[in-house]
Design a protein around this ligand. Structure first.
Ligand code: SAM
Length: 320
C-alpha cells in the first residue's frame, strides 16, 4: 500500500483481465466516464466523488500500458515559471545560476525558462543543461526553429499559450517559421542521456534548479521512483527540484523518504497551472488529481516544487 491507495497484484490482474478480447474493467470505466461527464462540477468536487475519482484513476493506471510522448508547450505552467523568477531574484548580482531540465523534448520548456529568468535577471550567468533520451527530438531542440508542422511532431499545439507580444519577443519570424532569439540560445548544453542513468550526476554535476516535468508519469511506478531518486541527486544542497507530471503517490513517497521540504509559495497555482493534465483526470494515467486540502498530507502531495538536500547545507548558509 502506498499512501491510501491500494495496489494489490490481484487488482492489477483484474484491471488487465480480458474476456474474448474485451476488458470488463474497461467497460466499467467507460460506463463511469459517461456518468461522470454528465455530473455538474460542484458535485464532482464533493469529497465522496473525489475519493471515487481517485479509485477510478488507480484502475486506469493499473490497466494502462504506459508509453512516452513528446508533447510540450511554450510557457506551459506560468506559476512554475513565476516561482523560478522569484528564486532567481534571490541570487547575488552577477552570480551563476545552474539549471538542469530533464526530458526537455523539443526545447519549449528550456527556452521558456531562459526567457523568464533572463528577462528578469539579465545580470545573472545562467547555464542550462538540457537532457533528453531521444536523439531526433534533442537535435530539433538545439536548432530552436519551429514551424507549423512542429506541433504535429509532438502532438500538441506548442504556441497556443503565448500571447502575440510573447511570440514577438521570443522568436525571429520568417513567414510562419519561428526561430528562438539568439540571446535565449546561449549558455545551453544539450545531452542525449537517460535521466535514470546513475552516471548523469558525474557528467552534468550539481544544479541550483532541477526541472523534471511530464515524463515520469509515462514510466512504470518502479522506474519513475528510481528515476526521480536519481534526478534528485542533481540538486545542489539547498537547491530546488521542480517535479510535475508524475504519479502523486510516487512523488509523495520519495519526498517523504528523502526529507524534501515542499515549497508553499504558489503551491496551489502551480498545481493548477497546466490545464492539459487536469482535464484528463481520472481517465488518463497522466491526469492530475484535483487538489484536496482535506488530506492531512496535502502540502507534500500537491507540491510540485521542493527544497532538497537541505541536510547537506552547512549551518547558517542560505541558498541564494
Ligand atoms: C511529454 S515530453 C515533456 C516535455 C517537457 N518536459 C514538458 O513538460 O513540456 C517528455 C519528454 O521526456 C523524454 N524522456 C522520456 N523518458 C526520458 C528519460 N528516461 N530520460 C530523459 N528524457 C526522457 C521524452 O523523449 C520526451 O521528449
Amino acid at each position: 500500500m502506498i499512501n491510501n491507495q491500494v495496489y494489490h497484484p490481484l487488482l492489477e490482474k483484474a484491471a488487465r483481465f480480458q474476456v474474448l478480447g474485451k476488458s470488463p474493467a474497461g467497460f466499467y470505466l467507460r460506463l463511469n466516464k459517461l456518468v461522470w461527464e454528465r455530473l455538474p462540477s460542484r458535485v464532482r468536487n464533493l469529497h465522496a466523488f473525489h475519493s471515487y475519482g481517485a479509485w477510478l484513476h488507480s484502475l486506469v493506471c493499473l490497466g494502462a500500458k504506459r508509453q512516452q510522448f513528446f508533447g510540450t508547450f511554450f510557457l506551459r505552467n506560468r506559476p512554475a515559471l513565476e516561482l523560478m523568477r522569484r528564486l532567481a531574484r534571490q541570487k547575488v548580482q552577477g552570480s551563476n545560476l545552474r539549471i538542469a531540465v530533464l526530458g526537455c523534448s523539443i526545447g519549449a520548456e528550456v527556452y521558456s525558462i531562459l526567457w523568464t529568468i533572463r528577462s528578469a535577471r539579465p545580470d545573472l550567468n545562467v547555464l542550462l543543461d538540457a537532457v533528453d533520451i531521444s536523439k531526433e527530438i534533442l537535435s530539433f531542440a538545439e536548432k530552436g526553429i519551429y514551424a507549423p508542422d512542429t506541433s504535429q511532431l509532438v502532438g500538441t499545439s506548442i504556441f497556443e499559450r503565448l500571447t502575440e507580444a510573447e511570440r514577438v519577443k521570443m522568436f525571429d519570424w520568417e513567414g510562419d517559421r519561428a526561430k528562438i532569439k539568439s540571446w535565449l540560445r546561449q549558455g545551453i548544453t544539450w545531452y542525449l542521456r537517460d535521466a535514470a542513468d546513475p552516471e548523469l550526476v558525474n557528467i552534468i554535476g550539481p544544479h541550483d534548479l532541477v526541472v523534471a516535468s511530464n515524463f515520469l508519469c509515462h514510466l512504470s511506478r518502479a522506474d519513475a521512483e528510481n528515476c526521480l531518486r536519481n534526478v534528485a541527486r542533481l540538486v545542489s544542497p539547498g537547491g530546488y527540484l521542480f517535479v510535475s507530471g508524475i504519479d502523486l503517490d510516487v512523488r509523495t513517497k520519495v519526498a517523504l523518504d528523502l526529507g524534501w521540504e515542499p515549497v508553499r509559495d504558489l503551491l496551489v497555482e502551480i498545481h493548477d497551472g497546466d490545464r492539459s493534465v487536469q482535464a484528463d483526470w481520472p481517465w488518463a494515467w497522466w491526469g492530475l488529481e484535483p487538489l484536496n486540502r482535506k488530506r492531512h498530507d496535502w502540502q507534500t502531495r500537491y507540491a510540485a516544487v521542493f527544497r532538497v538536500n537541505v541536510r547537506g547545507l552547512r549551518p547558517g548558509r542560505h541558498n541564494g
